[in-house]
Design a binder for this molecule. Structure first.
Ligand code: TRP
Ligand code: SF4
Length: 338
């Protein structure tokens, strides 16, 4: 066997609570496939959560645990991937300091996510100057996450691509300024999966209360789907419907039903031989069946807090070994006193 070095990927999620099916199909399934092929670092970005939630920290521990449980239950494998907590790898903060010195302020100001956040603050009539120093540094902190392992690829959604591009700029600038070839220019690895909509037809998100959690019980899943929007023209049971006008429910059918089942539902809907209640009931049965092993595993893991803690600590230790190597090269390049 050749001693080939696998390409390295890194990606993170802010701990904001239990994950939903959008996370599972949009992000986690992708990570689960990638971890077989790449040397993978997956981390819980608790410092990034603090950039906006610095004054709402009561649930921090619970949120970290929930994310970890959702990851493990879904199939992120701590035997082959490095799973860690950002704040337990303080080398992140050290690299962030160095990168913040070489990053021009106007590069950060161009960041579209920051612009969005600034707009949200404005809409909430919060003073824009309340945008904290830490939040302002969000993209640089994210660059530190990525460069800490000198990663080649960053699996992210389209909304994060600008951040990875900034990381490339910072990596190139570091190499130029210190005249080294230390850092790769990491590439985003785009998630292909279609975005699952929330049950009300809007973007799925916990703040809209329109999501199905990975950890929801079958009963909750069924109950939530009862309120999902359907074809608005199909008001009574014997009205004929059209799945094309029933994006939400039928999108889930496309994901969870076989081609034959989709065809059957489509015909039944169009001929009014199946009602919406029955259609949704069948669908939630499929979803619940699919999710059952994941939910079971989650419940099982929940009973073993020591095991979970161990995964976080061991993973963070492992991440630190690699991070220290990179950081040491950074300090050599800058010619820090040692
Ligand atoms: N900003 C990302 C998000 O909100 C989370 C994140 C932080 C991240 N650091 C990262 C993702 C590094 C990829 C790589 O989803
Ligand atoms: Fe939508 Fe199903 Fe009702 Fe047709 S039967 S409108 S696909 S919920």
């Amino acid at each position: 066997m050749t001693n080939e070095i696998k390409n390295r990927i890194v990606s993170g999620m802010r701990p904001t609570g239990k994950l939903h099916l959008g996370h599972y199909f949009g992000v986690l399934k992708n990570w689960i496939n990638l971890q077989k092929e790449f040397e993978s670092f997956f981390f819980i970005a608790d410092w990034h959560a603090l950039t906006t939630k610095y004054n709402q920290t009561d649930d921090m521990k619970k949120n970290v645990e929930d994310v970890l449980l959702d990851w493990l239950a879904s199939g992120i494998d701590p035997e082959i991937s490095t799973i860690y907590l950002q704040s337990l790898v303080p080398e992140t903060a050290q690299l962030h300091i160095y990168l913040s010195m070489i990053t021009p302020q106007n590069w950060v100001e161009r960041d579209p996510t920051l612009k969005d956040l600034a707009k949200i603050m404005k809409d909430k009539q919060e003073n824009i100057s309340n945008l904290s120093y830490g939040l302002f540094g969000y993209p640089v902190l994210m660059s530190a996450d990525i460069m800490l392992f000198n990663s080649n690829f960053v699996p992210v959604g389209i909304d994060q691509v600008a951040h990875v591009e900034l990381t490339r700029d910072i990596a190139r600038r570091f190499n130029n300024i210190y005249n080294v070839e230390l850092f790769n220019e990491p590439q985003p690895k785009l998630t292909q999966t279609p975005l699952l909509k929330g049950l009300d037809g809007n973007k799925m998100g916990k703040s809209f209360n329109n999501d199905i959690k990975i950890s929801d019980t079958p009963e909750t899943t069924e109950k939530k789907f009862k309120s999902a929007i359907t074809d608005r023209n199909r008001i009574r049971r014997d009205d004929k419907g059209n799945p094309d006008n029933c994006e939400v429910v039928f999108d889930y059918w496309k994901l969870f039903g076989s081609t034959d089942e989709q065809k059957e539902i489509c015909e039944g809907c169009k001929m009014a031989s199946i009602g919406c209640a029955e259609c949704k009931k069948k669908l939630t049965a499929k979803i619940n069946k699919y999710m059952a092993p994941i939910r079971e595993k989650r419940q099982d893991l929940e009973k073993h807090p020591d095991y979970l803690k161990n995964i976080i600590y061991e993973g963070s230790k492992k991440a630190q070994i690699k991070a220290k190597e990179v950081l040491s090269k950074v300090e050599d390049a800058i010619k820090m006193y040692k």
